[in-house]
Design a protein around this ligand. Structure first.
Ligand code: FAD
Length: 307
């Protein structure tokens, strides 16, 4: 039986594992892909004290740091079910194993919803981006488009408008879906064009980097091309909680509801990082939340009177 079993090996899970192991308690990490989203990231310039690094390098550093401690790492294993039996929480894996723990930290992260048009995959990290806080500064003085007119898309467009030369916001529906106050702010910006009823059909490039985007006007069926250097896809961040439905309480967006200590709706089960309701999905925030969840799990263990 683990004292702390961490599910997820991204920045949040790695931080949780290190904080737990430093308490001298039996710690395990179960991860489908150790490293998490940073494996898909090129430049990281906002992890404070590390001026500049690359995602895969950062992932290796995460793993090396965890391996400094006595942590049982179970990589390429997917959790498929969470079951509480008395004071013990079981994590079932897709391969049929059952792991038991006195406390569990859920850190399964999230994934960006893709638009699935030609060019998106080819130019990912070469003009196609998903995170304005991360990659916005790379497009300083350039022309970009934001796909998606919900709150995150409109926030991204407002944010980017202060950095880039011009922003074209593209919304599939007839109207933007963002809060009115954000829409007002957006419309007040001189370097933003809003196009609604537009279906993005392709992201173009020169073989190396993005140089344009095509969309079809859904009212007229006429196709248009916009010349630009960057495309931010903002059609949603999906938390990896499908396997948790019916166990821990989730928000209406499917994120795990946590309190200020990372406690979920189940006793002894904590959560951290992009998978939770904590806003702003960033590495530095995920690591901080992971550390916090581990300290909360430790606090839970010393207060449990089972031995
Ligand atoms: P994740 O990194 O998503 O890790 C989740 C972990 O859980 C993974 O190990 C995954 O395999 C595992 N997992 C998922 N489901 C299961 C399951 N059922 N069973 C077992 N394991 C499971 N942030 C920044 O701060 N700066 C940046 O420059 C930056 N750039 C980014 C660029 C891109 C392209 C992307 C996609 C994200 C970027 N981010 C950046 C965001 C940052 O990567 C995330 O905020 C951060 O990785 C969240 O960490 P996490 O540990 O919560 O989740």
């Amino acid at each position: 039986v683990f004292d702390v079993l961490v599910v997820g090996g991204g920045p949040a899970g790695a931080a949780a594992a290190i904080y737990a192991a430093r308490k001298g308690i039996r710690t395990g990490v179960l991860a489908e892909r150790f490293g998490g989203q940073v494996l898909d990231t090129l430049a990281i310039e906002n992890f404070i004290s590390v001026k500049e690094t690359e995602g895969p390098k950062f992932a290796v550093a995460l793993e090396q740091h965890v391996k400094e401690y006595d942590v049982d790492i179970m990589n390429t294993q997917r959790a498929s079910k969470l079951v509480q039996v008395g004071k013990v929480t079981e994590v079932h894996t897709a391969s049929g194993a059952v792991l038991k723990a006195k406390s569990v930290i859920l850190a399964t992260g999230a994934r960006w919803r893709e638009i699935n048009v030609p060019g998106e995959k080819e130019y990912r990290n070469h003009g196609v981006a998903y995170c304005p806080h991360c990659d916005g500064p790379l497009f300083k003085g350039k022309r970009v488009s934001v796909i998606g007119g919900g709150n995150s898309g409109v926030e991204a467009a407002i944010d980017l408008a202060g950095l880039v030369k011009h922003v074209t916001l593209i919304e599939f529906g007839a109207e933007l879906r963002a809060d009115a106050v954000l829409q007002r702010k957006l419309r007040s910006l001189a370097n933003v064009t809003v196009i609604t009823s537009a279906q993005t059909t392709e992201i173009h490039g020169d073989g190396k980097i993005v140089n344009g985007l095509s969309y079809t006007d859904r009212n007229t069926n006429v196709s248009h091309k916009v010349e630009l250097e960057g495309v931010f896809v903002q059609i949603g961040l999906v938390p990896n909680t499908e396997w948790l439905k019916g166990t821990v309480a989730l928000s209406r967006h499917g994120e795990i509801d946590v309190d200020a200590r990372g406690q979920t709706s189940l006793p002894g089960v904590f959560a951290a990082g992009d998978v939770t309701t904590v806003p702003y999905k960033q590495i530095i925030i995920a690591t901080g939340e992971g550390a916090k969840a581990a300290l909360s799990a430790f606090d839970h263990l010393i207060r449990s009177d089972d031995e």
